[in-house]
Design a protein around this ligand. Structure first.
Ligand SMILES: Nc1ncnc2c1ncn2[C@@H]1O[C@H](COP(=O)(O)OP(=O)(O)OP(=O)(O)O)[C@@H](O)[C@H]1O
Ligand SMILES: [Mg+2]
Length: 405
């Protein structure tokens, strides 16, 4: 089964270097490996210091690299829909060039690049796919969109087709906008199905790992926590956190970076505790420009040592959110914790879990932030924290199920 390793993290922390190093090491350890950049601002070619094209090309034994072309992707999956949207906008009086511009939805270009993952899995040519993704994991949230909009395929698309057959001209006169034609529905269905496929691949815990790269500094850590919460929420398995550019113990003569190093050393144990049970590996700050195969191999060795980079460093989901009548329940796996040693506190969008001497901060998913915490219980090593849903309707006489047991 093709292994998929996707790297993300805040801008500049070293995603591209770490992804490129991982792919190189995979190739050197005998896996046929393709590495592709889905970040719109590609820099994979710069990291390897070789030219890369929109299709995979072999750049070292067992290693193929690719920087997909956004316009090619749009032509392939998005053109029909884009044409319709451009029609729609120009119908509304937008001039043509503007309409063309407006009709590319934000995130669509990067999503288009991610679709290559499905192509590479289907081709059967590679053992490992390494993805150098854009910062923040925002696109991974977009990628879960087809999951949420499956109703669109099942309900709206067939109705839309029927309507467009019977009464498009009439409807257009009534509501005053051009109705999409059959091929637009078909294209939208194709695109959603394809996105759904990539989503399933990335959410498959037997195949995929989403890995976070961070720097030991406040903003980078905060953003990594947020992404981490979303990965679990949307079911993307995460097995490794890479703390990059860690200053080595012995500093150059005058010790001028001593203060920074002390700060990093303070953050490191916190990061380890916050992401546990997902492990944190460190890569030191090198004192040279880490460009080209030899330098990247050094990063790879620092990160993985003798390990195979395709190792699953962690399996399982540390927490998930479920809905029960009128409630959201955040479930946190806390094996080994006894009920009376767990304490909870809440501060805005953060939930602090104190277990024995350990503290863990969970950045709450967006939907839970406005919702009051109303209780918690421990069952079978799982802490269940209840939130009153903001969208829950107040119970009204007959038909209500009654909240109390
Ligand atoms: N461990 C390291 N030691 C020294 N330099 C490093 C290390 N890791 C990365 N770099 C350098 O830091 C710079 C930024 O790294 P890189 O481009 O990999 O980050 P990125 O997270 O992909 O950035 P972007 O968000 O712009 O895509 C590069 O010049 C890279 O060579
Ligand atoms: Mg990059």
């Amino acid at each position: 089964m093709t292994r998929i390793l996707l790297y993300t993290g805040k801008g500049g922390v070293g995603k591209t270097s770490v992804a490129a190093a991982t792919a190189l090491l995979c190739a050197r350890r005998g896996h046929r490996t393709v590495v592709l950049s889905t970040d719109i601002a590609h820099s994979l070619a710069d990291a390897y210091d070789v030219p890369l094209g929109p299709e995979p090309s072999e750049i070292a034994p067992n290693l193929w690299g690719q920087e997909p072309d956004v316009y090619y992707n749009i032509g392939r999956y998005w053109k029909t829909i884009q044409n319709y949207m451009a029609d729609l906008f120009s119908w509304r009086g937008l001039d043509e060039v503007m309409a063309e511009e407006m009709s590319v939805l934000p995130g669509m270009d990067e999503l288009g690049n991610l679709l290559w993952i499905a192509d590479h899995v289907e081709s059967g040519k590679y053992d490992v796919i390494v993805v150098d993704a854009a910062p923040t994991g925002e696109t991974l949230r977009l990628l879960s969109l087809p999951e949420a909009s499956r109703w669109w395929i099942e309900r709206i698309a067939p109705i839309g087709r029927r309507v467009s057959k019977i009464g498009r001209p009439m409807l257009e006169r009534m509501i005053g906008v051009p109705m999409p034609r059959d091929e637009v529905f078909a294209a939208a269905e194709r695109l959603l199905a394809r996105l759904d496929k990539v989503h399933r691949l990335l959410a498959d815990p037997e195949r995929s790992s989403v890995r976070l790269t961070l720097a030991l500094e406040k903003l980078s850590i905060a953003e990594a926590q947020r992404s981490f919460t979303y990965f679990h929420l949307f079911g993307y398995p995460s097995d490794l956190v890479v703390a990059n550019k860690v200053l080595p113990g012995h500093l150059a003569g005058d010790g001028s970076f001593g203060g920074l190093r002390a700060t990093q050393q303070r953050y490191l144990p916190q990061v380890i505790a916050q992401f546990a049970p997902v492990p944190v590996k460190t890569v030191q700050q090198f004192d040279r420009e880490m460009v080209g195969f030899d330098r990247l191999a050094e990063i790879g060795e620092a990160l993985f040592g003798a390990d195979d980079p395709t190792t699953f460093y962690y399996r399982g989901r540390p927490y998930r959110v479920r809905s029960e009548d009128g409630l959201h329940v955040l479930e946190v796996a806390l094996p080994f914790a006894a009920r009376d040693e767990v304490r909870l506190s809440r501060n805005g969008d953060e939930l602090q879990l104190h277990v024995g001497g350990w503290r863990r901060t969970i950045v709450l998913p967006h939907a839970l932030v406005p919702e009051p915490t109303i209780g918690a219980k421990m069952e079978d090593g799982i802490l269940r924290i209840q939130f009153r849903r903001a969208d829950a309707r107040p119970s009204s006489g007959s038909g209500s199920r009654g909240g109390r047991a």
